[in-house]
Structures are given as C-alpha cells and as structure tokens.
Design a protein around this ligand. Structure first.
Ligand code: ADP
Length: 614
C-alpha cells in the first residue's frame, strides 16, 4: 500500500524529469517565455489580492475619520492606482503567457513528431510487420504529441493552486483550527476519486487501442479513393459502415459507462463537501450565538470557504492532469525507446566498389519473429558478379523472404549470408543496402512527380540528374513518360490537386526505373512484369543484360519465358531449394521445373493454336 503510494508520486516525478530535456531541445526560447509568464501571472494574481486587502484596510480604518479621512485620500488613490496597474499587468501576463504556451505547444508537438518519425525510420521491418507496432504508435500519437508542453503548465498551475490553498487555509485556521481537518475532508475524497478514474480511463484506452484502430481502418476503407471501385461493385459500403458503427458503439458505451460511474462518485464526494460546509456553518453559528466567535468571523468564513473549495478543486485538477500526463508520456517514451535490432556494427568492414566473388547463402534458416514455424530451411544459394539468377517456386514458398534476408531487412535465424566472403552483418547497414536495386511485388506508388518516383531509388541524386531519364529508358518507361502532360514533372495519383492517374502496369514501369536508377551491384526483381503487357515484357528482357550494365540480377518470376534467360535457376518449395541448375539441366531432371514449364508451354501452344485456327 505504502509502496504503491510512493510510486504514484515517484512515477510522475520521473516523467517530469524525463520530459524537461525534450522541452528544452524543442524550443528553449518559448519554454523560458511560457514559464516566465506563468510565474508573472501568479505573482500579479497574488499581488492583486494583497493590494485589495490593503485598500480595504485603508478604506475601513482611515477614511472614516472626518477631515483626517480626506487627508488620507492620497493613500487611497495610491492603492487604487496600484491595484489597477497590477490588474492590467496580470491580464497582459496571462494573454502573453497564452501566446507563449501555444507557441511552445506547437514547437514541442512538431519536435516530438520528428522524434517519432526518426524512430519509425530506424525501426526494423519486423516492427512494422507486427500489430504491436501499430498499437504502440497509435497510443503514442493519439494523446497528442504536445503533452510534454502541458506538463510545465500543469506543474506551475499546481504550484499556483497550492499557494492559494495554503493562504486560504491559514486564514481559516485563524477563525478556528477545527475547521482545517473538515476542509481536508472536503478536498481529499475528490482527489482520490479523480486519480482513480484517470487511471481507469487510461487502462481502458490502452485496452481499446486495437478496436479504435479497427474502426479507423474501416473509416479509411470507406473514405479513401483507392477502394472506391471495389466498394461500389461489391456493394460493401453499407456493410462496412455498419461494422464501423458497431465498433464505435462498443467504444462509446464503455466510455460512457466509466463517465457514469465517475458522475456517481463525484456526486458522493460533492455531498461530503456540502455536508462539511454546512456542518462548519452550524458549528460557527453555535459558537457565535454563545459569544465565542464574532459575527465577522462567520462572514469571513462564508467568504473564504468557497475560495478554499475552488483552490482545492484546482489543486485536485492539476494533480490528476499531471498524473495523466505521466501515464501518456510513458506511452511516447515507450515508443521512443524501441531500438532496432538490425544495426551497423561498431567497426564495419569496408566494401569494395566491384564484386569479385558475389553473394552467398550458407545453410540459411529463418523463422519470422512471433511465429512458431520456419519459413526457410538450410538454404544454400549463390549470385556471382554479372550473373542473372532466377528463383522459381509456388506462392508462399519463401522467395520474398529470401530477398528480405538478402537486403538485411531481417537477419537469418541460423546460417549466414556472405558478400565477398564476409558476413553481411559486418558491413555498414546503409552501405550494404546500397548494393541493391529492388523492385518488390508490393512496390510503393509515390503520389509525387514522375521524376521523384524514379529518383527515390537513389535520393543522393540531384533532381535534374540525367540518370533519371536514363533509368526510365532502361526500364522501358521513357515512351510512356513522354506521353504524360508534364512529362517528368507530372504529379501522379489522384490524391492531390492536379494529380494524373496512370495504370498499374505504368506504375510498375516506374518502380522498375526506380530500381534501375540505383547505382547498385545487384538488381532484385520480384515479379517485375506481373502487370506489364507481353510486348513491354519482351522488350525489357530482350536486351536485359545491356540494361543491367554490368550488374548481377535476381529475378523472381512465374513466367518461364523470363526465367529461361537466367544463367542459373533455383527452385524453392516449402522454404527449401529443391532443384537448381541451368534450364536444360532442370528440364532433364523432369521435376517441378519441368512440369511447370511444360504446363505453361501447353497453354501457350493451345492459345496460339486457337487464335490461328478459329
Ligand atoms: P513467396 O514470396 O514465395 O510467395 P513469402 O516469402 O512471401 O513467399 O512467404 C513465405 C511464408 O512466410 C508464407 O507462408 C508467409 O505466410 C510467411 N510470411 C511472409 N511474411 C511474413 C511475416 N511478415 N510474418 C510472418 N510470416 C510471414
């Protein structure tokens, strides 16, 4: 019990200490200004109270003295003037403070977003491929990235309310010491109740993240333009809308349930407060009736008690806000603490410009984190300089996984991958990844200009680099770009104003150009022509080696016309290399490859036959 209590004080204190460096780093200027103005606000606020008290004293003691009263008018003017001045300064400090707090909030929010982005960029691919990632990120962002800025405001407000409360309690103590414990009775229960519900709401929100994200996903499906076609044709709109409403209803009901309980609790604590107040009033009335207290004390109590209640409520509010800040800040810290497992070594081995030996998999096995069965088993594979290697296999056999390991998006569970005879974990990560120009099956469509879509393959290039049109030519995308309204400057996709939509095959050609622009040693093409028409595919592979310009290549494809081009072919089934060799060798083996090749060949021949002889 005691340790729980100390932890509930230490925890927030720790969060506050941790957050200060972030505030300072985000904007030292606005942090100082917003703190300075809140202090000024408190100073002027208390100053006004003090001056008012002095003014009332002067008015009551010195003005009622006839001619002498008139002589004291100067002092009255002085206090009136000073109180007025303090009021103006108080207002100015409050307004400028609001401005400084807003500026600080915006700076901090942008700074935190930048930190979150930095972490997201550095995180492992494995992190993105787990739902835990999305939950952590969603939680970190949902509660506002400007929360660190709020901590200072809440902290200073807490000090302000505490000072006010102490002043008022001291005043009440002078009326009767008995009133003080009753006052505590009024302040403490609401504090307990508030803290309890802050924690409950937080726990509930944490549990609800997944559901919120599901609802958000449905919202995206319903409103984003990419899904509009299927949604209409399959008449999914109303169904998805109702599911969305279902999720929202669950969330709403649970949330309102907590609010209902809190209302009951607040009425109860309010009742205690009211009973306390009237109990005190009855006690004071009795004391006054018996002549043990003055009527003035009674009046003072009536005036001050409410102030004590307000100061108490403010204090409770600030404490619960700080507690809430602490809980949500922890979520942001949790995200910022995620360290990538795949990192560069401290002393990386230097990579040669040209490959002499190439890349080799040695008994590589792999299992995705968080799953319980292996995807690759003891794979041995080699890509030599200037060699074109094809990887063939049915869906889900592990081909893409192999590529992910090759690019060091994951590290093998067992075995090793060697480049030029050195384990790839010994190279600098960025330098190593620059060895590859990759087009994945699920390549990205950037809603940006054509030029950027290609240049993103090597962001080190100048925007007007001639390598961009050169890559477009290699990928066979040049003619299509020439036909676009603004050529390389055409904005693609319908996402933004003035955007121009292109076909799936055209997007794929741009992705191919993006892989070609990279000054890599190895091109990896995962189903690179799945959306290309046969002519485009033929043109690409007809002069493929010339287009590669001395690079090696790995091509994953189901089209055997493409695979025939390769110098060497690996057939992968269920995560194992089951056949390997050149086309003729594999045909002779009469295994998987032979069967697949014959099946496709048969279709081609039948198709040709039916076209020629209808
Ligand atoms: P291919 O490219 O040959 O079609 P993949 O390499 O994509 O096959 O997938 C191989 C197997 O690994 C599949 O059974 C798939 O379910 C599993 N898999 C792929 N990606 C992941 C992932 N991120 N997490 C867990 N399992 C995965």
């Amino acid at each position: 019990m005691f340790s729980k209590l100390t932890e509930s004080i230490r925890g927030p204190a720790r969060s506050i200490r941790r957050v200060l460096p972030y505030l300072w780093a985000a904007s030292p200027k606005w942090t100082v200004l917003s703190t300075a103005f809140i202090i000024l606000e408190v100073v002027f606020g208390i100053g006004i109270l003090y001056l008012l008290k002095m003014l009332v004293e002067v008015l009551t003691t010195k003005l009622g003295e006839g001619a002498a009263g008139v002589e004291n008018l100067g002092e009255v003017w002085l206090y009136v003037g000073l109180t007025g001045l303090a009021s103006v300064l108080f207002l100015a400090a409050r307004q400028i403070g609001n401005w400084a707090r807003e500026a600080q909030g915006l700076h901090v929010s942008d700074y935190m977003n930048r930190l979150i982005h930095t972490r997201a960029v550095a995180a492992d691919l494995a992190f993105f491929e787990s739902s835990e990632y999305f939950n952590t990120l969603h939680r970190a962002r949902q509660k506002g990235t400007n929360r660190p800025a709020l901590v200072v405001t809440h902290l200073l407000m807490l000090v302000k309310s505490a000072i006010m409360l102490v002043a008022v309690v001291a005043l009440i103590f002078t009326i009767s010491p008995w009133l003080v414990p009753i006052l505590l009775l009024v302040v403490l229960p609401p504090l307990g109740a508030r803290l309890f519900f802050t924690r409950r709401l937080y726990e509930w929100e944490k549990r609800r993240t997944e559901l919120e994200r599901r609802a958000g996903y449905l919202d995206w499906l319903i409103t984003f333009y990419l899904h509009a076609k299927e949604l209409r044709l399959n008449r999914l709109g109303n169904y998805l809308r109702d599911r969305f409403s279902g999720f929202r209803e669950t969330i709403r009901n649970e949330r309102l349930g907590i609010t209902r309980q809190r209302t009951v609790m607040e009425i109860a604590t309010g009742l205690i407060g009211t009973l306390g107040f009237f109990g005190c009033l009855a006690f004071l009335a009795r004391e006054t009736a018996y002549g043990r207290n003055s009527l003035g004390d009674l009046v003072l109590f009536l005036l001050v008690f409410q102030r004590a209640q307000t100061a108490g409520q403010d204090l409770v509010q600030q404490i619960s806000s700080i507690y809430e800040d602490h809980l949500y800040l922890n979520l942001i810290f949790q995200f910022l603490e995620v360290e990538p497992r795949i990192q560069s070594p401290k002393q990386p081995v230097k990579l040669n410009e040209q490959w002499q030996q190439g890349l080799r998999f040695e008994n590589v096995s792999f299992q995705y984190p968080g799953t319980d069965s292996g995807v690759l088993e003891k794979v041995n594979l080699e890509v030599r300089p200037n060699q074109v290697v094809a990887i063939v296999g049915s869906n889900g056999s592990g081909k893409t996984t192999l590529i992910k390991l090759m690019c060091r998006l994951y590290d093998p569970t067992e075995g090793q991958i060697l480049l030029e005879g050195t384990d790839i974990r010994d190279f600098d990560l960025d330098e190593y990844r620059q060895q590859f120009g990759v087009i994945f099956q699920d390549f990205t469509r950037y809603y940006d200009s054509v030029r950027e879509n290609i240049r993103f393959g090597d962001i080190g290039l100048a925007p007007d680099s001639t390598l961009v049109p050169d890559a477009a030519r290699r990928a066979g995308a040049d003619k299509m770009i020439d036909a676009l309204p603004l050529n390389y400057d055409t904005l693609l996709g319908r996402m933004f104003e003035g955007g121009h939509e292109i076909s799936v095959g055209q997007w794929q050609k741009l992705a191919l150009a993006r892989a070609f622009v990279n000054r890599s040693r190895l091109m990896i093409l995962d189903e690179p022509t799945s959306a290309l028409d046969p002519n485009a595919e033929f043109e690409l592979f007809e002069s493929f080696r010339e287009r590669l310009a001395g690079r090696s290549a790995i091509v994953i494809s189901h089209r055997l016309s493409t695979i025939r081009l390769a110098d060497y072919i690996y057939v992968i089934e269920n995560g194992k290399v089951v056949e390997q060799g050149q086309h003729q060798d594999l045909m002779r083996e009469k295994g998987y490859y032979h069967q697949a090749f014959n099946r496709q060949g048969k279709h081609y021949q039948e198709a040709r036959h039916s076209v020629l002889q209808p």
